[in-house]
Design a protein around this ligand. Structure first.
Ligand code: ASP
Length: 403
């Protein structure tokens, strides 16, 4: 996924699918072939997504065991990561609640308005809706995996992960074994994602009849909303948290972490930026090396404020474009699933795309909707990764002060 050719290939694929459809939309064999490619690609994604979520979350929770054994440092770090991710998503959702210029333009889907299937309850009362969510969550793990019931999969993985973290002896081979299984599943996922340009080409061809200039304008508006909210989080919220908790001024903060943020911006990868983040934390923010070596690697995978915000806003945007009614409870589901999905995203370019699919599936938005986001995803990744890294570095300062 990180190969250099990948981003240009995605763009070229989307453009050629679109161009071909502009000139040859009525050619029936092209229609049929691209439909088969699109459907097979989406089926392959669906095939891998259940084990991917299940094992990565299970292993993620098991890793938190090390946070538990880090005592106060682990507690403060996890609390900070959870709080700032929650603030980022809530801010994204509030912003998109007030600013959604695309609702003036026509939707993409011709399909009739559907209510997210997860929240469908007979009498529509809050109790019945909550009951429906609980039913989905408390499903036997095998059924949840087989039926791609996202809430069920997340609940089983969390529960089993916590139980394993609690019950397994220190020298158990299970954490390593599960990590290896997760690596294998990730390998399969990366093979499928290598085919993404082909899939995107077919999806772009199929979508083109439904995309017009208005859609592209809406996409630009979406990008501006994400960009604006991410900027507020990075330039106001995080510096404010740092100032209120540790007394560091924004100027001092940015001059210490600017280089790491810039590297994150350029590489779109929190993981690749880790050496520079470590250097900034230890040499410029004067965080103890042992604390930084716990907080930053953990943050590079589980703490992604920019990603969380992006995913929350993207889901609301796609729900509108694809004519899906999101009830207030669906928004609550978006909040929780986005928290988990952003924590599970690897710190690599476009790392959040798998997580975004999870959130889409959780509220019943068709997976091909992601093709729309892919058209604008690369430039947005730069900013959100910089804010992801900023969040980790502020976390290291807080850990230094309070542990
Ligand atoms: N590129 C991001 C990171 O490395 C992950 C993502 O949001 O795609 O932090």
């Amino acid at each position: 996924m990180t190969a250099r050719w990948f981003a240009p290939a995605l763009l070229a694929a989307a453009l050629s699918g679109w161009l071909l459809a502009v000139f040859f939309a009525d050619v029936s064999w092209l229609q049929a072939t691209t439909r088969i490619i699109q459907d097979s690609f989406l089926a392959a994604l669906k095939m891998i997504i259940a084990p991917l979520i299940f094992f990565s979350l299970l292993v993620g929770v098991l890793h938190l065991r090390s946070a538990g054994s880090m005592g106060r440092l682990g507690g403060v770090t996890v609390l900070y990561y959870l709080t700032t991710s929650a603030i980022a998503i809530i801010m994204g959702l509030i912003v998109v609640f007030f600013i959604h210029p695309w609702t003036d333009s026509p939707r993409i889907a011709e399909m009739p308005a559907v209510t997210a299937k997860l929240i469908a309850a007979e009498d529509g009362s809050v109790a019945a809706l909550l009951g429906g969510i609980l039913q989905s969550m408390l499903t036997n793990p095998f059924t949840a995996l087989a039926e791609l019931n996202i809430l069920g999969i997340l609940t089983s993985a969390l529960l089993l992960g916590l139980a394993a973290a609690w019950a397994l002896p220190k020298d158990s081979i299970w954490p390593d074994l599960l990590q290896q299984i997760t690596d294998v599943v990730f390998k399969c996922a990366s093979w499928i994602l290598t085919l993404l340009p082909l899939g995107l080409f077919a999806i772009a061809f199929q979508l083109t009849g439904r995309i017009n200039f208005d859609t592209l304008v809406s996409l630009g508006q979406f990008a501006l909303v994400v960009f604006g909210a991410t900027a507020v989080h990075g330039l106001v919220v995080l510096p404010l948290i740092a100032w209120l908790t540790t007394g560091i001024s924004p100027v001092k903060l940015f001059s210490a972490i600017g280089q790491a943020m810039f590297t994150a911006f350029v590489t779109s990868s929190s993981a690749a930026t880790l050496p520079l983040s470590m250097q900034a934390a230890v040499e410029k923010l004067h965080v103890h090396r042992d604390k930084a070596s716990f907080v930053l690697p953990l943050g590079a995978t589980v703490n992604m404020d920019g990603t969380a915000l992006f995913e929350g806003v993207a889901v609301i945007f796609l729900a509108y474009m694809f004519n899906i009614d999101l009830s207030p409870l669906a928004i609550v589901v978006v909040f929780f699933v986005t928290m988990l999905a952003s924590a599970g995203a690897p710190g690599i370019p476009s790392g959040s795309m798998a997580g975004l699919q999870i959130v889409l599936l959780a509220v019943g938005i068709p997976l091909e909707a992601i093709a729309l986001i892919l058209l604008i995803e690369r430039p947005l990744d730069t900013f959100r990764t910089a804010v992801n890294v900023e969040g980790d570095l502020v976390g290291s300062l807080i850990a230094e002060k309070y542990t």
